[in-house]
Ligand binder design. Structure first.
Ligand SMILES: Nc1ncnc2c1ncn2[C@@H]1O[C@H](COP(=O)(O)OP(=O)(O)OP(=O)(O)O)[C@@H](O)[C@H]1O
Length: 530
């Protein structure tokens, strides 16, 4: 059997012109590259940041190729202590190149938002010193810009790589399919691009997975693959819970078209039911022991996610499959066993629909306030939700934004439509633009009378809308004292085993942005508290 090279690797862009999407970030990167042509510029380092799989690392390497620079790379899997950084990057930043290609060497530091772990202690400090003293260009790569200290950020140019739009991915996927001699049915590439959620690496991986053993792919192949896969998961989970052999459970997991991230969810979901004792509610020692193994497996999964070092998946697989098998003190059950799909996926489905609703509300707020979706979501939604607490304004806000009852519940942070919200909603109906009483942009007489009683200092709705926090830049969820989570990132990546890696999590963000201090936030539930 020949092992196929991963397409994501095979089609990694070799030059900046081949990077998909990201017109503006690439322009900025080129400008910075040009600034090195005639000496050492003032800004010696850039931070490329954005979600995983969108081309940050590829762009850094493509840039080196375009400018004829050598590359020195320090990955997160390397021990990035202050000593190592100073030794590798420090000397690289001072020395002339061996080949003398263009006299420059680019230092790439991956996962720069993960410099605080034990192995990286002192790493951030060392990078700051290296940047200050370097005569060579440095690129830091990070998923989360807020995981980098402000002192380090102040020395760098920040270039944000946004999620890649599906419409930009489609032509690039088509090129890959063409190069692989693949015939793609109508809508196939569009579906893959949409499913990828802005992550081009996922899109390329999905295209490769669905085309395995085929020269032609159609939309139906995706659903058939999903169905076949479900059957094989039941078989593998059965081998883990019913079998006695570690080897066969592990080997079965290798045949699975699921990642260990998914398999651990299946084991986690079914373990308590499978290893309980008949008619007893008690947690058995088998369950405790098996969860011990799952928790250790989960630590490896966390490391894979952070370091993108997929070799560690095998340890995770071994621990979750073999560990569950050896924790079994005796074989249980018989006959047909029904396994439950992971409830995390159900929860993720629910979260997805709330996320869609959240975006819908943000786009309505954006349309009314003439602000971006992101700003509406991260900042203005809070303002509007506070207005909804005020009986004078609530109905107008609902009418102006044209909220439906579900959106009203979500924006106010309630769990259900309370009596008050129902009344607000009912009142809003007569204020809607299409109602007989005219658009809500005009304060109805009854409301006006009530407002005028409060005197000239009473803020009008429009003036309230125009109030903005001093700084428009979105703030890290970590820094938010109200605990809201604009990107729903509080949902655990696996949510499976009870353990968490001590290295996980980004900087704790203890300092509260001064601009936010000025906005007094009540610890209430809002649109973003999921
Ligand atoms: N914008 C892009 N243009 C072309 N290929 C891309 C792009 N983004 C991702 N890819 C593909 O995905 C693979 C992974 O990309 P890359 O490593 O550059 O992503 P990244 O943003 O650095 O992700 P991570 O944060 O996980 O390291 C590349 O080998 C390439 O095939």
């Amino acid at each position: 059997m020949t092992v196929q090279m991963e397409w994501a690797e095979k089609y990694r862009p070799g030059t900046l012109s081949d990077v998909v999407g990201h017109k503006k970030p690439i322009e900025d990167l080129r400008k910075w590259g040009d600034s090195w042509v005639h000496g050492t510029p003032e800004v010696k380092a850039v931070i490329l940041h954005g979600q995983a799989g969108i081309g940050k690392t590829s762009s850094a390497h493509a840039m080196a190729a375009d400018y004829g620079w050598e590359v020195i790379e320090l990955n997160a899997s390397d021990q990035r202590t202050a000593g190592v950084i100073e030794k590798v990057a420090g000397s690289a930043s001072q020395m002339r190149t061996l080949t003398g290609m263009s006299g420059r060497r680019l230092i790439i530091l991956d996962e720069a938002d993960n410099l605080h772990g034990t192995s990286d202690s002192g790493g951030a400090r060392a990078i700051i010193d290296v940047i200050k003293n370097t005569s060579q260009p440095i690129i830091l790569i990070a998923n989360d810009i807020y995981g980098i200290s402000s002192t380090l950020r102040a020395l760098c140019l920040e270039i944000k790589f946004p999620a890649i739009q599906a419409r930009s991915m489609i032509p690039a996927l088509r090129e890959i399919a063409k190069a692989e001699g693949l015939v793609c049915g109508v809508g196939m590439l569009e579906k893959i691009a949409e499913n990828a959620d802005g992550d081009f690496r996922s899109a390329v991986n999905d295209l490769q997975a669905v085309s395995m053993g085929r020269t032609e792919i159609r939309l139906e192949d995706i659903s058939t693959a999903e169905r076949d896969n479900k059957e094989s998961v039941f078989r593998v989970v059965g081998k883990i819970f019913r079998g006695k052999s570690v080897k066969s459970a592990l080997e079965a997991s290798y045949t699975l078209d699921e990642t260990p991230e998914d398999l651990i969810q299946w084991i986690d979901e079914n373990l308590p039911q499978q290893y309980k004792d008949k008619d007893e509610e008690k947690i058995t020692p088998d369950i405790v022991e098996a969860y011990g193994y799952l928790s250790r497996a989960d630590r490896f999964l966390g490391r894979v996610r952070r370091r993108q070092n997929y070799r560690m998946w095998r340890y995770a697989s071994m621990l979750m499959t073999g560990g569950t098998v050896v924790s079994k003190s005796r074989l249980r059950g018989g006959g047909f066993e029904k396994y439950q799909p992971p409830s995390l996926w159900r929860r993720m489905g629910q979260i997805r629909s709330r996320r869609n609703m959240r975006d819908n509300i943000a786009s309505k707020i954006g349309a009314h306030s003439h602000e971006s979706m992101r700003y509406s979501r991260t900042e203005l939604a809070f303002v509007y939700s506070r207005l909804l607490e005020d009986d004078d304004y609530a109905a107008q806000v609902v009418a102006i934004l044209d909220l439906d009852p579900d959106e009203l519940v979500q924006l106010t942070g309630n769990k259900k439509l309370t009596k008050r919200l129902q009344e607000v909603y009912d009142r809003s109906r007569s204020l809607r633009p299409e109602s007989d009483e005219g658009p809500a942009f005009f304060t109805p007489p009854a409301e006006k009378a009530r407002i005028s009683k409060k005197g000239p200092d009473q803020l009008s709705l429009d003036s309230l809308m125009s109030v903005k926090p001093a700084v428009k830049e979105p703030v890290s969820p970590n820094e938010d004292s109200s605990g809201y989570d604009p990107d729903l990132s509080s949902v655990s990546d696996t949510g499976a085993a009870p353990a968490c890696d001590s290295n996980s999590g980004t900087a704790s963000g203890s300092g509260v942005n001064s601009s936010r201090k000025s906005v007094q936030r009540k610890p209430q539930k809002t649109l973003f508290d999921f």
